[in-house]
Design a protein around this ligand. Structure first.
Ligand SMILES: *Cc1c(COP(=O)(O)O)cnc(C)c1O
Length: 394
């Protein structure tokens, strides 16, 4: 096929005509179990009737107005997000990378408004992922993402996150007089589904308190219920200062936001930040509808139960194929199957058997069902994974 799209994606040779819940119907006539879900985006599956109703209803009223006016749907969504979380204020964006950039801006403005004009450096984990804008790639500090996009954006320092103790070697020496914030993903997604253990999150909070700097937890991929808690950091009891979100909150509609405490929000006065599309009524209505479902009584408890079952069964498969699968990673429905070898062939074989998954770093296969996945759908996927293990067995 002659494509006029630039070649910046390595696309798989498959296209879809429609979706329903956990399933996608391809133009090749096959029905796939979709455990990619737009990379943790379609939190309630494809064409969820409740979301379809919400977007249609709003589409008949008003799609977009400028942020120069009050947007009631956004007022509602912001109020609900703050009532539910650590946050006191919200700024809406359209994507994850915009949300992480806004988080960086908020951190810098906070110290600027306190007269600390040079306190603007952000300390991040080397090879993390915060999106693809110019600042976000240099925040991530990955050579692969930054190569060719210089000059290097200043203001970012990097620490290592290691599997073994000390997990953050020399972190104290990396915090300089001008460090404003530490920014990490609570669970590193693209990096291979690596959760930062609760103890380490607590340790980061402690250092931030000591040094009087801010803690930014990027929950773009792991937030909004995916971990089984509304935010992945909740079970650690750590309170961040700033949290960018996106992916799951829109249920498939582009929507991002930065959540923050009153302390840091104070410096974001009129004109300090803005977005043409951010917070438009259409996105806000979908966001509200997603929250309606995820905050329903029992929804996350059910997710925890079903994901525990999924993890247990995957660990059983790992036991049966100890030379193939190295580790079952992740929390809730943010799952990584780490192989000893390159995962490309395995992912292709899963696709051949009509299960869609996606890779992450470190030979990891990411498994991202919708948050309302049913047990029998998980069982279908387990059967396929086991079958492929047998076929690929080394
Ligand atoms: C996906 C992701 C982003 C970037 O989101 P986009 O919507 O692609 O800009 C940022 N941070 C994390 C942790 C992500 O997983």
């Amino acid at each position: 096929m002659n494509s006029f799209l630039a070649k910046n994606y390595n696309r798989r040779k498959i296209a879809f005509k429609k979706g329903k819940g956990s399933f996608l119907y391809a133009t090749n006539g096959k029905k796939y179990l979709d455990f990619v879900q737009g990379i943790a985006v379609n939190s309630l599956g494809h064409a969820n009737p409740y979301l379809v109703r919400a977007i249609k209803k709003q589409a008949n009223k008003v799609w977009h107005v400028s942020n120069a006016f009050i947007i009631p749907e956004g007022e509602t969504l912001a109020k609900r997000l703050t009532q539910k979380t650590f946050a006191d204020y919200v700024i809406f964006q359209n994507s994850g990378t915009e949300a992480t950039e806004a988080a960086i801006k908020v951190a810098r403005k906070y110290f600027y408004s306190k007269g600390k004009r040079n306190k603007n450096r952000i300390l991040c984990i080397k090879n993390s992922f915060h999106g693809r804008t110019i600042a976000a790639i240099f925040a991530s500090g990955s050579r692969k993402m930054t190569e060719g996009f210089g000059p290097k954006v200043p203001g970012f320092d990097h620490i290592e996150f290691r599997k073994f103790k000390p997990r953050f070697p020399n972190i104290r020496s990396k915090i300089k007089k001008n460090t404003a914030a530490i920014m990490v993903e609570t669970i590193m997604g693209e990096g291979g589904i690596k959760p930062i253990p609760d103890k380490c999150l607590k340790y980061l909070r402690k250092i931030c308190n000591e040094k009087k700097i801010l803690l930014i937890l990027d929950e773009v991929q792991c937030g909004i219920g995916r971990s089984g808690d509304f935010f992945a950091f909740e079970k650690s009891k750590v309170k961040p200062d700033i949290v960018p979100i996106a992916k799951g909150i829109g249920g498939g509609f582009p929507l991002g936001a930065v959540l923050m405490t009153k302390k840091v929000a104070k410096s974001m006065g009129p004109g300090s930040h803005g977005s043409t599309f951010g917070g438009n009524p259409l996105a806000m209505s979908v966001g509200n509808a997603v929250l309606d479902q995820i905050t329903k009584k029992g929804f996350l408890n059910n997710l925890k139960k079903i994901s525990k079952y999924f993890h247990n069964e995957l660990n059983q498969i790992k036991k049966d194929f100890p030379k193939l699968i190295k580790e079952v990673r992740g929390v809730g429905l943010l799952i990584g199957l780490q192989l000893f070898n390159n995962q490309k062939k395995f992912i292709q074989k899963l696709e051949d058997n009509k299960l869609l998954t996606i890779k992450a770093a470190e030979n990891v296969i990411r498994i991202l069902p919708p948050l309302n996945v049913k047990k029998n759908e998980i069982d279908i996927s387990l059967k396929i994974i086991r079958k492929v293990c047998k076929e690929i067995k080394i």
